[in-house]
Design a binder for this molecule. Structure first.
Ligand code: MRU
Length: 341
């Protein structure tokens, strides 16, 4: 399987997700500023993956003797919606605070180890999500997914695609429909590519075809990832997810969200409080540098939308599956996570 991100003696190496699938190129970030730019420019993207990248960015900053708060603040300002970014920075901050007064070589070594540990844990978490979700996937049907919540969006294996992989490993005969995911085309460029690498049968559709196929009876369930889940179970994920969820409910197709505990933000009562990233107009007006809209047209480009909890059949985490009422079930999962930590 492809390596999304790795710590190496030369720096943090990431597969360049802006170039896939045409080119398989790797970028080496040698300081924390380069990591911040890679997150902002979506060389690396996907909530868990940007958490790992931020942790490694903090470690690079400490290694180089940079001002700690500046390092953390710069990385925190890259993308606002995925809470995993802030979760990872907070985890690195806590460790740093606990090392106060220790010799510098020890601090550097521990911070680097922690960043690598977050990466290793993320892969294990994805496998556990997959295991917990596999039984929910109907055999002999199609799984519809949106954006890329796969190995590329995590340190490996994926969340939504982790559920798909685990279902396939369990012997289920399934295939995947991947929404292309305008405007950044994560579905067409990344999901289709990574599932092809694993020989999982995949069909690419444009975003506006999902209603047609949800109505057709061939989709057994929808599985998507998440960037932030509020205390009431509202889910922020790639823009377009909300429309898929509504159409799934209308057609009685189960809609599952697969995400690690680090994607829960129980400080927020509802999804209305989740900050939604607005990205450049050029992502909408241009496709691979070619203008597809008249000059100076007004554009909106929210990168995420919020799916209200009433559309979510279940939330699959590494600690188990939460169902409505989410206020209680998500809190219980969070507590079981911290007890075991
Ligand atoms: O803008 P992106 O590509 O970072 O958005 C990614 C998504 O919306 C994913 O579905 C989400 O981060 C979950 S990834 C396991």
């Amino acid at each position: 399987m492809v390596e999304t991100i790795q710590w190496t003696p030369d720096g943090v190496v990431m597969i360049d997700q802006t170039r896939l699938p045409r080119q398989e190129q790797y970028v080496t970030c040698r300081d924390y500023r380069e990591v911040a730019t890679a997150i902002k420019d979506m060389i690396i993207r996907g909530a868990p993956a940007i958490g790992v990248a931020a942790a490694m960015g903090v470690a690079l900053g400490v290694q180089a003797g940079e001002d700690f708060d500046t390092v953390c603040d710069t990385l925190a300002k890259t993308r606002p919606t995925a809470v995993n970014l802030f979760w990872a920075i907070d985890r690195m901050r806590s460790l740093y605070a606990s090392l106060n007064g220790r010799p510098r070589p020890e601090i550097v070594a521990r911070m680097v180890e922690e960043a690598q540990q977050i990466r290793v844990e993320d892969i294990a978490i994805c496998r556990a999500i997959g295991k917990n979700g596999a039984s929910l996937v109907p055999d002999g049907k199609t799984v519809l997914t949106h954006c890329n919540a796969g190995a590329l969006a995590t340190a490996g294996y994926g969340t939504a695609l982790g559920v798909v992989r685990a279902a396939v490993e369990a012997g289920k005969h399934i295939d995947v429909f991947a929404d292309e995911t305008r405007p950044f085309l994560q579905g067409a460029r990344l999901t289709a590519w990574e599932l092809q690498q694993d020989s999982i049968p995949t069909t690419l559709i444009t975003d506006n075809m999902s209603g047609h196929f949800l109505r057709s009876g061939r989709i057994g369930c929808v599985v998507v990832g998440a960037d932030r889940i509020a205390g009431n179970g509202d889910v922020a994920n790639k823009v377009g997810t909300y429309s898929v969820a509504v159409l799934a409910k209308e057609n009685s197709v189960p809609f599952y969200v697969a995400a690690p505990i680090s994607t829960l933000d129980l400080t927020l009562e509802s999804g209305d409080q989740i900050p939604i990233e607005q990205r450049a107009a050029s992502e909408v007006t241009h496709v691979f540098g070619v203008a597809v809209a008249p000059d100076d047209v007004r554009v909106e480009n929210p990168a995420f939308d919020v799916t209200p909890a009433r559309y979510v059949t279940a939330i699959i985490t590494e600690r188990g599956v939460a169902r409505a009422p989410y206020e209680a079930s998500l809190r219980a999962l969070m507590q079981s996570a911290s007890q075991k930590a």
